[in-house]
Design a protein around this ligand. Structure first.
Ligand code: NAP
Length: 473
């Protein structure tokens, strides 16, 4: 496929192969953009910002509705692309497509709701003959950098609100999964988005990143990805808005009075969705000691029933990790935990990029699997005696995207909701729940700012005050 640069679909002699991580088949190639291409994208985006700003609210909303229709009409085409280039099974990919449609529809709706308010200038002496208001104006050029694990919906989470807010966008999708992003770009153009409003630049973040991020023509960076790249971007960005959606190591607390069957069922899904490559995936579960054995039994039983393998097979529950290198990393972390005293209750081995869904107990605090984001299909179980201890341990890691608590007792559940430090706390559900229109984002090393259409729109627009001095009134 080609990339969209300065209104043209272009190729480059230097190409990047996009492979299916399950069978290593080459699906397609994309151009490896150069730093010169970045300059072309930046200057085109400045022109695009002037065009985007002048698109009427009605037209922005119409384009976004039309692209939602287009994605819906071709759901299976998009689902297949997600399932082939990434880690998701076809069933998981279909869910991502339906969420993407919702993200685009919500963006179309929110485009019509951008408004400011009047300002009571006469509320302080000297303002008697002044009248005015503020409106929300586009920031200009938004740089959107996206990860591999939701290659369609996380792109829509940036393009939808950016277009709704009247901005132009430079999109840099993950190098391993650029095809969904390019297909969404095509659908946006078919829906009537003026070409110059969007630049979709494919290529390595390590090569293109600094030139994109540091440039003053970019007025906002909306980044979703890992902590390491996030840190590098924030140090190079200079004076511009930054939205950071980073990783996590999500904790769950399961109390003795909880519905253990449901807690086990939803946490197994939350731990192994997309082979655990999910920023809100369950990683640590603290269980009341009296419920520990039963919960462990339920959890292990459900984990062992998981079918792993071919992503396109309708019966497969979990596919491979995104690369064999990543799978080998997770295997090393499992071995490290074992060597430090952990017991593997289920799974624990690897075949190429396929890592078995793995459940561990007695994982010590100095094991990487305990304190780092695993971003793979492993989960740690811990027994705890009291709620304060559970909450303190859950909060002890320097991430805070989502946390969850299970209890049938109102006060226990309230103490969980109140005490767990995270951008979102799910009660009687796993950490892996997100409505695309809710405010979404993390505290601590999990990020800066919030996504979720209305909240992204606030970040991607800024207030402009207009004050009228009318001496005759
Ligand atoms: P990643 O390695 O950080 O890459 C994310 C994006 O950043 C890719 O497009 C990558 O390009 C680009 N990039 C890398 N280095 C860069 C640089 N120096 N300057 C500019 N861009 C750069 O993350 P990933 O492995 O794709 O995704 C996994 C991570 O994303 C996990 O930590 C996960 O928790 C996080 N995540 C967070 C959320 C959230 O909403 N909070 C959602 C999903 C995922 P290349 O692909 O070319 O390297």
């Amino acid at each position: 496929m080609e990339m969209l640069l300065a209104g043209e679909w272009v190729d480059r002699p230097n190409k990047i192969e996009v492979r299916d991580p399950f069978d290593d088949a080459v699906l397609d190639t994309v151009p490896a953009a150069t730093v010169e291409d970045v300059e072309t994208a930046l200057s085109a985006a400045v022109g695009g910002a002037r065009i985007a700003r002048d698109i009427t609210t009605f037209e922005r909303s119409r384009i976004l509705s039309a692209v939602a229709e287009e994605v819906e009409a071709r759901s299976e085409y998009f689902a297949n692309t997600i399932a082939r280039e990434g880690s998701k099974t076809i069933r998981e990919a279909r869910k991502e497509v339906s969420r993407c449609i919702n993200t685009l529809r919500s963006s179309a709706e929110e485009a019509r709701r951008i408004h400011g308010e009047t300002i009571p200038f006469d509320s302080f002496p000297g303002g008697e003959q002044r009248r005015g208001y503020y409106e929300r104006i586009p920031v200009g050029v938004v740089l959107a950098i996206t990860p591999f694990n939701d290659p369609l919906n996380l792109v829509a989470h940036k393009l939808g609100p950016a277009i709704a807010g009247g901005n132009s966008v430079i999109l840099k999708p993950a190098t391993v999964t650029p095809l969904s992003a390019i297909k969404l770009t095509e659908a946006l153009l078919e829906a009537g988005l003026p070409k110059d409003v969007l630049q979709t630049v494919t290529g390595h973040g390590a090569v293109l990143g600094d030139a994109l991020v540091a440039d003053e023509r970019v007025r906002m960076i909306s980044f979703t990805g890992g902590l390491e790249a996030g840190r590098r971007i924030t140090t190079r960005a200079g004076l511009k808005k930054i939205g950071m959606e980073l990783g996590s190591n999500s904790p769950v607390v399961v109390w003795k009075d909880a519905d253990l069957e449901w807690a086990a069922e939803t946490c197994v899904s939350g731990a192994f969705w997309a082979a655990g490559q999910n920023c809100i995936g369950v990683q640590r579960i603290y269980i009341h000691r009296e419920a520990y054995d039963r919960f462990r039994e339920l959890f292990v039983e459900r984990t062992r029933a998981y079918r792993i393998g071919d992503k396109l097979d309708e019966t497969t529950d979990m596919g491979p990790m995104i690369t064999e290198t990543e799978a080998a990393r997770v295997e090393r972390w499992i071995d490290d935990a074992r060597e430090k005293g952990a017991t593997v209750l289920a799974g624990g081995s690897r075949d190429g990029a396929l890592v078995e869904p793995t459940v561990l107990e007695d994982v010590p605090n100095n094991a990487t699997l305990h304190f780092e984001e695993v971003f793979g299909p492993t989960v740690n179980l811990y027994a705890v005696d009291d709620l304060e201890e559970a909450i303190e341990k859950a909060n002890s890691i320097n991430y805070g995207l989502h946390a969850a608590g299970f209890s049938r007792d109102l006060e226990t559940a309230y103490r969980m909701a109140d005490g767990l430090d995270a951008g979102g706390v799910m009660i009687n559900d796993s950490t892996d729940y997100r409505l695309d229109s809710m405010p979404f984002g993390g505290i601590k090393n999990s990020g800066l700012g919030r996504e979720g259409i209305r909240f992204s729109l606030q970040e991607m627009t800024e207030p402009k005050v207009v004050c009228w001095y009318l001496p005759g009134i």
